[in-house]
Write a protein that binds this ligand. Structure first.
Ligand code: AP5
Ligand code: MG
Length: 214
């Protein structure tokens, strides 16, 4: 099963993608997590990506497409994968479509997690992320068992640099401008599914599973 998670920043793509990846035993591929890991490790890619991410801007397509095409070509992705945060522009979507076409394949589902902008800013202010293993929490909705410590790996959880309210507003503008057109792109491909992302996390998950298994 090959799935794309679409949705605004903070819609819950990462939260749902991890649960879906666990349920179906497929890798969860988050370009945001890959960039953050590179920033943490001080790589050249990380240094380049950071300048864009900290401003709430997209990392250029040429730094992003090859990375994902390479990742989905690995052995563990041969029976499927879930993409979270990619594609984010029409050229990225075309790059993905073309790379899969070369192998005689195509994506199965694009799941749009729909959350209005009003809900996003409060969610992001409460989000805490583990920069070590990629786990995400929310101080009210999904707290860690021990305050400030990741349940999964024991590292500290932090407010992401791009979750400051002003940067979130910029990311929402970028989303509407560059990423939202993908909803129509995948609708035209006949694989778009939309879920109401304002429901509690487990209800969103059940709704996605129902769509995937319909
Ligand atoms: P990325 O890491 O992908 O960030 P994003 O798309 O802005 O999305 P988020 O991770 O912020 O939100 P999410 O939808 O995963 O929500 P989450 O599950 O955490 O990208 C970061 C940056 O990297 C980009 O701005 C860009 O610069 C760059 N980048 C990445 N990919 C790129 C690409 N392809 N091209 C170019 N640049 C790229 O949930 C949010 C919060 O809400 C959490 O606290 C969570 O616990 C809580 N929550 C989740 N579900 C619910 C619920 N149902 N009810 C209540 N709370 C909930
Ligand atoms: Mg995410």
């Amino acid at each position: 099963m090959k799935i794309i998670m679409l949705g605004a920043p903070g819609a819950g793509k990462g939260t749902q993608a991890k649960m879906i990846a666990d349920k179906y035993g497929i890798p969860h591929i988050s370009t945001g997590d890959i960039f953050r890991a590179n920033i943490k490790n001080g790589t050249e890619l990380g240094k380049k990506a950071k300048t864009f991410m900290d401003q709430g801007l997209l990392v250029p397509d040429e730094l992003t497409c090859d990375l994902v095409v390479d990742r989905i070509s690995r052995e563990d992705a041969k029976d499927g994968f879930i993409l979270d945060g990619f594609p984010r522009t029409i050229p990225q979507a075309e790059c993905l479509t073309d790379a899969l076409k070369e192998r005689g394949e195509s994506m199965d589902y694009a799941v749009n997690v729909d959350v209005p902008d009003e809900n996003i800013i409060t969610r992001m202010a409460g989000r805490r992320a583990c920069l070590n293993c990629g786990a995400t929490y929310h101080i009210v909705n999904i707290p860690t068992k021990v305050e400030g410590i990741c349940d999964r790996c024991g590292e500290k959880v932090v407010l992401r640099a791009d979750d400051e309210p002003e940067t979130v507003k910029k990311r929402l503008d970028v989303y509407h401008d560059q990423t939202q057109p993908l909803i129509e792109y995948y609708s035209n491909q006949g694989i778009l599914k939309t879920v109401d992302g304002t429901q509690p996390m487990t209800d969103v998950f059940d709704a996605i599973v129902a769509l995937l298994e319909a």
